[in-house]
Design a protein around this ligand. Structure first.
Ligand SMILES: Nc1ncnc2c1ncn2[C@@H]1O[C@H](COP(=O)(O)OP(=O)(O)OP(=O)(O)O)[C@@H](O)[C@H]1O
Length: 256
């Protein structure tokens, strides 16, 4: 059975059907990209899975249990993690302290032991940093890191909750191509090592085609195609939605 089973999921805002009865599955150890033009319904889908938006219709089964109607924190506790940008207030903390804060939060001790974050499970935090190649920078403040390194720390923070499913909303936005590749290669490594599933949205087609195991394509709230990257690349409906008929992804990449 798949880790995540989404069935006939829908959400409207006023008269707009932001997500219109979509169904898809995601298995453990799989990297699934959610793509589509602006306004296609990607964020709305994401936010229904993480509980920030309540679905109007359909079901989201995670590990066999219904997520629709549950609060975000409950969903997070069940093993659905997401990457967050490191807030400005935390940028002055060191890299390892940021991960220690995440461990405190995971253990439900955030407010009682706030001041002792620097002592809390430091070795575990260092091990998480090792997995993202950031152990050597553990004692530097996050504020001085290169952008690509901040993204690695954000990944380590998300790992502190040991998610079975990790949601990543445009993980490589604002990154240079080389940084993008290195972040996605790392994500793929974590997927393989931990058997974790990842659902990510992405505008960069080169990232999607290089790293996604499978893709689902939304347009105006509907799921218009799903499959392996090569199947999607040649899918007529996808070509139509993105570029009008006759054009290809390669043309788009070459043009940008
Ligand atoms: N809170 C909201 N209130 C009203 N309409 C909304 C709201 N959120 C999304 N929508 C509408 O729902 C549709 C889908 O939006 P959504 O943000 O899910 O698309 P998206 O694929 O994530 O787009 P983008 O790539 O631009 O982020 C759009 O028509 C959008 O205007």
């Amino acid at each position: 059975m798949s880790l995540l089973q989404v069935n006939n999921l829908g959400k409207s805002f006023g008269g707009v059907k932001a997500v219109d009865g979509i169904s898809f599955e995601l298995a453990a150890g799989e990297l699934l990209a959610l793509i589509g033009p602006n306004g296609a319904g990607k964020s709305t889908t994401f936010n229904m899975v993480n509980g920030q938006l309540k679905a109007d219709q359909g079901s989201i089964l995670f590990d066999g249990e219904e997520l629709v109607g549950r609060r975000p924190r409950e969903i997070w506790r069940r093993g659905v993690g997401r990457t967050f940008q490191i807030a400005e207030t935390f940028a002055s903390l060191t890299v390892v302290e940021n991960v220690q804060m995440a461990l405190l939060s995971h253990d439900g001790k955030l407010f009682s032991t706030w001041r002792r974050a620097a002592d809390y499970r430091r070795d575990d935090a260092l091990q998480l940093l090792d997995q993202v190649g950031m152990q050597r920078q553990a004692d530097r403040p996050c504020s001085v890191l290169a952008y690509g390194d901040v993204k690695r720390v954000e990944l380590a923070i998300a790992m502190a909750n040991s998610p079975k499913l990790l949601l990543m909303d445009e993980p490589t936005a604002g990154m240079a191509p080389q940084e993008r590749n290195s972040l996605m290669a790392l994500t793929k490594e974590l997927v393989v090592q931990r058997g974790m599933a990842v659902l990510f949205t992405e505008h960069s087609m080169d990232v999607v085609f290089a790293y996604a195991d499978r893709m689902i394509v939304l347009a105006r709230g509907r799921l218009i195609a799903q499959g392996k990257p090569l199947e999607i690349r040649d899918h007529p409906k996808v070509q139509e939605v993105y570029f009008g008929s006759g054009k290809t992804f390669e043309n788009k990449e070459a043009a940008t």
